[in-house]
Design a protein around this ligand. Structure first.
Ligand code: SF4
Length: 336
């Protein structure tokens, strides 16, 4: 996506070329433990650094198609539009934000009070990623499967590179949530899902929210059926069995599996149905029943004011390797 201008200077040819813009609930990113019930300005450009056969946004991730339908929006105009909509968060999403590094950096520089959210596949070099960690308030990173074979064959990328990025974002203290798109027959085996959840709990923290989402046939995987709802719900159960405190499902309308439960007393503190959110059982970031601090991010201080904060929880850190033992009472409460 870089071109050489006269005089030899390299520039990003995708800079500021917007293909999609929309006001979204934060839950649509998905971010569930970050500003629940709030809205953000979602924006996407054209192109991607992966080539996923299942791409659900191929009309814009495919560069020639996306480029034809893009409109230039300057960083100043984008921030002004965000403010006119009464919003304080810009989410770079739809296609891959890592290829928009220069634009994201310039948007963030226009107004330090604007919060930046990135929804990304996590494929980035370390220096760029660490720089974005100082700009972004929250990230949702796709972990698209948990085998090298899946990544090489389906995405043209490497799992190890994505996991390295996840570790970096976690260690930098950016609010982090992970999304795993469950594709029938390709990445939905119990062993693979369990290995992923166990990795999150042991290498990161049991408090990192994980979203299992339902696949629909798209792009080059139109011969693969929708993921059965039962499979997605089973993935969530596996996450809970592996000790994760915040496991959600996506692309499914159901009461319960999208709710946030208190890890201590098991009470639902945020109820969700579709994109409707009821956080009335949350007192700040604490459970109104038992007072436990879930570390839900409800508002932010100045950008970058919390270096080293723990994703989803500024109050507790599970040290790498010190995996938390699942609480049986919480599990039964969640399943009930
Ligand atoms: S990373 Fe996302 S946008 Fe890029 S090809 Fe894969 S699914 Fe599409």
């Amino acid at each position: 996506m870089a071109r050489r201008a006269e005089g030899g200077t390299l520039f990003a040819s995708s800079y500021g070329k917007v293909t999609s813009m929309c006001v979204d609930p934060m839950e649509k990113k998905p971010l569930y433990n970050y500003m629940p019930g709030k809205r953000c300005l979602s924006i996407g450009g054209a192109g991607c650094n992966m080539r996923c056969l299942h791409c659900q946004n191929f009309a814009i991730s495919s560069i020639p198609t996306g480029r034809r339908r893009s409109t230039y929006v300057s960083p100043e105009d984008l921030v002004a539009h965000c403010r006119r909509e009464g919003l304080g968060v810009i989410a770079f999403t739809y296609n891959e934000p890592m290829i928009w590094y220069e634009y994201i950096r310039d948007v963030a520089a226009v107004d330090p009070d604007i919060r930046i959210v990135l929804v990304t596949n996590g494929l980035a070099c370390e220096a760029l990623l660490r720089d974005l960690c100082h700009i972004a308030d929250a990230m949702n990173i796709d972990v698209k499967g948990f085998t090298e074979e899946f990544y090489t064959r389906e995405c043209g990328a490497h799992l190890r590179d994505v996991l390295d990025s996840v570790r970096i974002v976690f260690s930098e203290g950016v609010h982090l949530e992970l999304t795993y798109l469950v594709i029938p027959g390709l990445n939905d085996s119990e062993d693979e899902v369990r290995a992923f959840c166990s990795w999150v709990a042991s290498e990161l923290s049991s408090d990192v929210p994980v979203h299992f989402t339902r696949f629909h046939p798209d792009y080059k995987l139109t011969d693969v059926p929708w993921t059965p709802v039962e499979t997605v719900l089973r993935c969530r159960e596996i996450g809970i069995e592996e000790g994760l405190n915040f496991v959600y499902v996506g692309n499914i309308i159901a009461e319960g599996p999208g709710d946030t439960f208190c890890p201590r007393c098991g009470r639902p503190v945020i109820r969700r149905f579709g994109f409707s959110v009821d956080a009335s059982e949350l007192d700040g970031s604490r459970c109104s029943n038992c007072g436990f601090d879930l570390g839900i991010v409800r508002r932010r201080g100045p950008r970058g004011s919390a270096p080293g904060r723990v994703p989803g929880t500024s109050v507790r850190r599970t040290a790498p390797g010190a995996r938390r033992v699942p609480s049986r009472s919480r599990h039964s409460a969640i399943r009930g």
